[in-house]
Design a protein around this ligand. Structure first.
Ligand code: SF4
Length: 80
């Protein structure tokens, strides 16, 4: 049985947006929030999911070359 993905929490540092995720199968160098692409997460790939760049999940893994700050809340904005 595959390992279950964690539930989402606003303080969960492993959660991130598809557009910044290593598993987002976009050919773009800088994927946009409105872009659609397959999710290639090892545990999700079998479902052939197509996700938006603005989507996200706890299986997120930062794309190579991006700074961790790309997924941090903007200064002065607190999570709901
Ligand atoms: S659904 Fe999750 S694992 Fe798949 S691309 Fe989006 S953030 Fe990454």
């Amino acid at each position: 049985m595959p390992k279950q993905l964690k539930t989402v929490s606003s303080n969960d540092k492993s959660w991130g947006h598809c557009q910044n995720c290593n598993y987002f199968a976009s050919p773009a160098r800088i994927p946009l929030p409105t872009e659609e692409a397959h999710c290639n997460h090892p545990e999700l790939k079998k479902f052939e999911l197509v996700v938006f760049g603005a989507s996200g999940c706890s299986g997120f893994r930062l794309r190579q070359g991006l700074p961790v700050t790309v997924e941090e809340p903007a200064a002065g904005v607190s999570p709901a």
